[in-house]
Every structure is written in structure tokens, then in C-alpha cells.
Ligand binder design. Sequence first.
Ligand code: NAD
Ligand code: TYD
Length: 352
Amino acid sequence: MILVTGGAGFIGANFVLDWLQIHSEPIINLDKLTYAGNLHNLASVMNGAGHHFVQGDIGDSSLVKELLAKHRPRAIVNFAAESHVDRSIHGPEDFIQTNVVGTFHLLAATREYWESLTGTEKTAFRFLHVSTDEVYGSLNANDPPFTETTPYAPNSPYSASKAASDHLVRAWHHTYGLPVLTTNCSNNYGPWQFPEKLIPLMILNALKGEPLPIYGDGLNVRDWLYVGDHCSAIRTVLENGTPGEVYNIGGWNEKTNLEVVHTLCTILDQACPSSAPHANLIQHIRDRAGHDRRYAIDARKIERELGWRPQESFETGIRKTVDWYLNNQDWINNILSGDYRQWVSRHYGSAA
Ligand code: NAD
Ligand code: TYD
């Protein structure tokens, strides 16, 4: 079996659901269930034999050691993190605690477990650390995309904490020989994404007829990848990646924020013509502090060495995503809790 951390969040839940559709190999899912973790994401597998959910913290060494000794996973895929840049600006401490200190404790417990293994159990074991392109910093319009050797230059408390965790993972390989794999991926979108992030936030606001808040001039560029493609890339790296190596994952889909939001508005105009044109809801608000201008990923290494390429285009992925939000009103209602409303009024209330 494999141990997944953070498997009740956006990407982790997509990974768990996809995995259980494809594999018969069971998953232990360790998740603290912060505001971003949601067991509704996993409703279809919660009672299945292949999925064993444990609520807990990656920084809880005794719990992690107990899980490792009991279940003897052949691999760990570490999604657990605080993941939202704006929250990291308002309150960086949780980011240091989970992304840095938590990853350290997880690595230490994993090392102890891995050193206790012998034979093929030991040689086949893998620790896959899921990271982000944001560790490489910000690009200018004409800069080449990030490669695996681009120097780290994180700019937000979020990206700095992820960069620190990547360095720890690297050091655990270099110093102790732990067979690690690191993936640095671009912006994901798709089902079950918490509506604090750009795409689901814009879909939900547009459906409610509320303003679509664009930071600054809206010309910041992100490379967008459909979450199912990220999950398939992680499975590919887990099975065929070389320990100690880093793989960049991207969608070859650079878009400005305004392009993304206009695309969403056009799709929603077709789906909900009575409230069109949704683009009238766009409002430019004060820019994010330290807002990175452009991210772009060169994903040629994973294609060349492991044969992975994204399957979804932005056009097909974004339509699937809007359809999913239109068809999952119960999930949305459940998310729009007191905690979420408080975040929106704290953040956007003072942003304009
Ligand atoms: P998310 O915020 O939706 O989910 C994070 C999950 O981790 C939640 O279920 C939360 O409860 C859990 N968690 C948080 N702290 C924990 C702790 N201390 N112990 C155990 N569980 C904990 O995040 P996401 O968007 O699914 O991102 C998953 C991973 O992928 C993160 O490491 C993130 O940095 C990385 N990543 C995200 C993107 C993106 O666009 N969302 C892109 C590249 C990389
Ligand atoms: P986000 O989804 O938070 O991802 P990240 O900051 O990790 O790339 O934001 C994506 C882009 O959208 C980023 O340039 C910030 C911008 N943005 C807005 O313009 N308005 C918003 O309300 C949000 C949440 C993001």
C-alpha cells in the first residue's frame, strides 16, 4: 500500500480518487483536516476497503511512526501543506509549521522506517514530495520557462516555506540516501478546489452575481494544468522516476489572469444566459503584496525521460471544471461555511 498525506485537500483528493479507480493497491490517507481538507471530497471512497483515512498531522512523529510500522507502505506521497499565497501573507506561521517543521518530522520518521527495511522493500521504497513552480520565483515576459536547474528564488511566505521543504527533501537524499522524488508543478485547476483560489472563486462569485476581484492589472501570468494531469504525472514519477531527481510538471498553458477570467465568463454566459454578461462583474482591486508577475514551466524533462505529457487542453479542462462546479451545488454549499465567509470578508473586505 501507499501512504498519502493531505489526501483530503484539492489535489490529494483527486489523486486518491484517481488512484483507487486505476489500482487495486490500497491507500492510507493521513490528513489534519484543516479548513482546506474536506472529507466530502472523498465521499465515494470513504467506506471502501481500499481507502483508510486517518486524521492527524504530518508533524506528529509518534502517529506517523505508528502508521508506518503498522501498514508498511512501499511509498509516501506528500501533498500535506498550507497552500494559499494570500493566507501566507496574512499569517505565515502555519506555513512554517506544516510546510517546514511538518515536512522535517515526516522525513525523520520516514528515514527511521526506511532504514528498518531490508532487501527489495528497502530498494523499492520511494518518498515523493509534491511541490510548486513558485519556488523558482518570478519571470519577466521574455524569460525562458523554469527548468529543474533554475535557481530557487521564492518571494512569498508560501513559496519560501515550500522551497525550505524541498531543500530538506533534497538533503535527506544527499545525506541519508533516502530515495526521494520531488515534483514542482504549475497552477492546478479542476474539481474539488477550495474557492479561495482564482478559478473556483471566480466561478462561485459569478454564479452569485458578486464582483470578480482581479488583483492589480490582471496581467500576471500562470501556467495552468488540469488536476487529473498532475495526478497522472505524479503516478508516472512515482513508478519510473529516478531517486534524487526533480521533475517539473506543467500544462504548456500560459494565460494572464484576465484571459482566464474572461474565458470563465464566456463559458458561464452560455451555461447561464439569464445572468450574462458575467464579465461586467470584473473589478480590479489592490494588488497582492509581492505578487509574482509570471510563472512558466519547461516540462520537457518529464516528457523526455518518463514519457508524460498533459492530456487535457486548457479549453477542455476549463469546460469540465465549470461543469463540475455547476453540477455540485451540495459540495459548494457545504464549503461556504462560517470559516470561508470570514476569510472572504477579512481578505477582500480590505483589499479594494
Ligand atoms: P490544499 O490546501 O487544497 O490541501 C492541503 C491538504 O493538506 C488539506 O487537506 C489539509 O487538511 C492538509 N494538511 C494541511 N496541513 C497538514 C498537516 N500538518 N498534516 C496533515 N495534513 C495537513 O492544497 P492543494 O492545492 O491540494 O495542494 C497540495 C500540494 O500540492 C501542496 O503541497 C501544494 O504546495 C502543492 N501544489 C499545489 C498547486 C496548486 O495549484 N494547488 C500547484 C503545485 C503544487
Ligand atoms: P491563486 O489561485 O491564489 O494561485 P497562486 O497565487 O498560487 O498562483 O492565484 C492565481 C492568480 O490569480 C495570481 O496571479 C493571483 C490572482 N488572483 C486574483 O487576481 N484575484 C483573486 O481573488 C485571487 C484569489 C487570485
